[in-house]
Design a protein. Sequence first.
Lengths: 221, 221
Amino acid sequence: MKRPLTRDRVLRAAVRVADEGGLGALTMRRLAEVLGAEAMSLYYHVRNKEEVLDGVVEVITSEINDLVDKIDLPSEGAAWKAAVRTRILTAREVFLRHPWATGVFESRTSSNPAVLRYNDGMVRLLRDGGFTHDQIHHALHALGSRSLGFTQELFDPGTGPVTEESLAALRGMADAFPHLVSMLTEIAHDDPDSTLGWCDDQKEFEFGLDLILDGLDRLRA
Amino acid sequence: MKRPLTRDRVLRAAVRVADEGGLGALTMRRLAEVLGAEAMSLYYHVRNKEEVLDGVVEVITSEINDLVDKIDLPSEGAAWKAAVRTRILTAREVFLRHPWATGVFESRTSSNPAVLRYNDGMVRLLRDGGFTHDQIHHALHALGSRSLGFTQELFDPGTGPVTEESLAALRGMADAFPHLVSMLTEIAHDDPDSTLGWCDDQKEFEFGLDLILDGLDRLRA
DNA sequence: TTGCTCGTCTTACGTCGTAAGGCTACCTTA
DNA sequence: TAAGGTAGCCTTACGACGTAAGACGAGCAA
């Protein structure tokens, strides 16, 4: 890395570092290292680490915008739903490439240009669908982070495949959490194709998304 | 603070420290200080800071469980919706008391007993409503963190009240984000009761919640 | 009395973000 | 062309963090 430092190069390098080593690896020193510079040199291009993280949000969101800008789908009237659905699932792909990034988005109320631009496009699609501005406002809040393609999961029976041990552990909790356990055992039984693990994140995301989009569709004038 | 240290006292103190100074104030040294001890003494009762944070999740969720356990509402058949709604809005109150806590929940896949117990109760209510186990599973994923009463907002026109300056700033962005700006100006105009700020978080939360609950209700057999 | 073990404290290490200021290469301007 | 300034990068150092290693004292068991 011999080229001169740039705010833009710094931010792109930050994404690269996090891609390789996770968010924990994103250190000012490590960031400088991959740029062939010293930590303090970064501060000429960036006020502090917070600004690096803000910049990361911007880089990721720009990546999303580049993708969704290429989508050319009708959005007038009833077509709004498919258009919004595609937009959101496209954005989601970016977060699948940068799994660490959701944590950064969660930690700041991002009002940078890229995020505003993404939301602007969202408002346009909903407007095409015939929603009022007030409805659109509610819709954006109802979608929350889902509009960018990710959700906060609190319920996760465990990553990894459904093993015999985990089923045994489940049976051990049947007394303490009877309803939960009987649900999970049925889930595991219904889907013996257990290599995928307990839950199919993508399917669940789409289920929740469709639930909301269908609900919104019913509100249209 | 002269009483002997306890894992439980440590965890409760952690919640207190975060309540007073935010999550950033939750330091092993600060935590020891409010307990009248030294930092390293904590490690006898707690493996590391991660375990403190896990414990904080447990304390907060227990606080939630204490509240929702007192709810005595019918949940059979169509009554499921009101029961779940009340449960979730009750949980939400706890996070309004501990605003910093959402960040802790987000940062870990919490499978501690308290969270399992909360989810167990949720499954029971949905079961009472007549949902299949498979539907309940989808429902829990669709609700995500909303089942505990909080959401990840990415869209926030700005905290604080709607001032003349912020409206002027809005007009300045009309060229870059036309749809977004025209929506926001209409929102601000429709609701001149601007002291509340741009968005009523509680109203928006309930809107999104009802959207999902209504959608689920239509799936019932 | 002796010795163990439980709970706490002292000291210290490595890592983090970053403040303060030094060094050089280049540009401006007389 | 010489003088001075500034842009860009670096060195050094500080305080805060999590925590490893082990010392210390009190209480109990033998």
